[in-house]
Design a protein around this ligand. Structure first.
Ligand code: GLU
Length: 437
């Protein structure tokens, strides 16, 4: 029997780390087993579900690189994949329960399901066997007076209709799983194998909510400048420890290593520092072209543009080890793309405190103007020659040049900056900086 799993979000808001990680575990399991991964949008709650939220969730999943084999945008044999479009199916299933005498209608029109009131055991892949004593709860409403169906009912009907073999979902659903199993049995169907995955907590141990730092995929990751591969990797480790030494693992490695039974049964703790560390590692491994591709929207958002992609790619690549997020990039590279960058006042004040500095910068400029060709090496040689003439160390000139070329005191090597912006701009910038002394 081939594996069929699904991610079944309720589109009430943004995609959050918890949901993304649920989707990811289902995806990993499907890809590992050669099964089918389905996206099903659970949007039967007209009051709370919105089309924007569905679109946002889909966008987030696509960004993470989680492709589905059946679902919105691509269809499939068990469609439609929006529950709001499946009312006929639910009506037919309700009829089955009516015929079996398992439901009754209240005066107000609500339809209730008669619980079996037997002990029900969930054989959970993660939590083990969990037995629920016969319930004393009142029978469960499955259809509201307005004709809409409640979550438990449509969730089970669709898991039957879509022939789910396994269900990986958040642990918050475990307490209701007996209701689902009771419904499966009432339909004469076999429940899927459940795997309830641990919740993701804040570093302080409180439950992570929508407003917490690092919770929303679009806001905290896409817009902040994480790389999808880094987030994919990091989220996998929230609640699962792959059996291998390394933590930084590719999608292919994670897929090969995925082991549902190794998912932790205790809660996972979100660690912002660690997620940043992962991103920094992934960023520094990108080649210049790929880095520029990911950086483009972040540079554009700051109004930075350029004519030569190769230079822009080399510029961003030169600072790849300085950043953890793409959103930090503009402040590290803005001067590559504009001549009117500001000179940082405190750096200027420090450099001006030494009266000889203006002369040193001027001499460096004159030497650079004489350089026979323009490469990192020739820039280096020209500065060294100027330093020798004035009997100072080249190290005394470099901070001055860095300030002249970038307006700041940190960044990639001075020779790299000079080489990338070219001789003309290097000399003009030195002139401009000299005007500050
Ligand atoms: N729509 C439910 C949720 O978003 C899905 C539960 C399940 O995966 O069965 O929590």
């Amino acid at each position: 029997m081939s594996v069929r799993v699904r991610f079944a979000p309720s589109p009430t808001g943004d995609l959050h780390v918890g949901g993304a990680r649920t989707a990811l575990f289902n995806w990993l399991f499907a890809r590992k087993t050669g099964g089918t991964f389905i996206l099903r949008v659970e949007d039967t709650d007209g009051a709370r579900n919105t089309a924007e939220a569905s679109a946002g969730i889909i966008k987030g999943l696509r960004w993470l690189g989680l492709d589905w084999d059946e679902g919105p945008e691509i269809g499939g044999p068990c469609g439609p994949y929006f529950q709001s479009q499946r009312k006929d199916i639910y009506d037919a299933y309700l009829k089955r329960l009516e015929d079996a005498g398992r439901v009754y209608t209240e005066e107000n029109g609500a339809v209730r399901f008669k619980f079996s009131r037997t002990a029900i055991t969930v054989h959970d892949l993660v939590c083990g066997d969990v037995t629920f004593a016969p319930t004393e709860e009142p029978d469960m409403t499955v259809r509201r007076p307005d004709g809409s169906y409640i979550f438990h009912f449509v969730n089970v009907v669709d898991d039957i209709e879509m022939r789910m073999t396994h269900v990986f979902r958040g642990e918050d659903h475990l307490s209701n799983t007996w209701k689902h199993i009771d419904l499966f049995h009432a339909f004469g169907a076999t429940p899927p194998i459940y795997a309830h995955i641990p919740l993701i907590l804040n570093p302080d141990g409180t439950k992570m909510s929508k407003r917490d730092e690092g919770s929303a995929i679009e806001h905290s990751y896409m817009n902040a400048g994480y790389l999808p591969d880094a987030v994919f990797n990091y989220l996998c480790l929230l609640g699962w420890t792959p059996k291998t030494e390394a933590e930084k693992l590719s999608r292919a490695e994670l897929t090969a290593l995925f082991d549902a039974e190794a998912i932790h049964s205790s809660n996972a703790k979100f660690d912002l520092k660690k997620s940043l560390w992962f991103n920094a590692q992934y960023l520094r491994e990108l080649n210049a072209d790929d880095l520029l591709r990911h950086a483009r929207p972040f540079l554009a958002a700051r109004g930075l543009s350029w004519a030569d992609d190769a230079v822009a790619a080399a510029a961003v690549h030169s600072v790849r080890e300085k950043i953890s997020l793409l959103a930090e990039l503009p402040e590290w590279v803005h001067y590559f793309f504009r001549e009117d960058f500001p000179f940082e006042a405190d750096v200027l004040a420090k450099l001006k405190a030494r009266p000889e500095n203006a002369g040193l910068l001027k001499a460096a400029g004159e030497s650079l103007a004489q350089a026979a060709e323009w490469s990192e090496q020739s820039v280096h040689d020209a500065v060294e020659a100027a330093a020798r003439t004035l009997n100072v160390k080249p190290g005394a000139m470099m901070p001055l040049l860095r300030f002249a070329l970038s307006g700041q005191s940190r960044g990639p090597g001075v020779t790299t900056i000079a080489h990338l912006i070219g001789r003309e701009k290097t000399l003009t910038r030195i002139e401009r900086a000299l005007g500050q002394f």
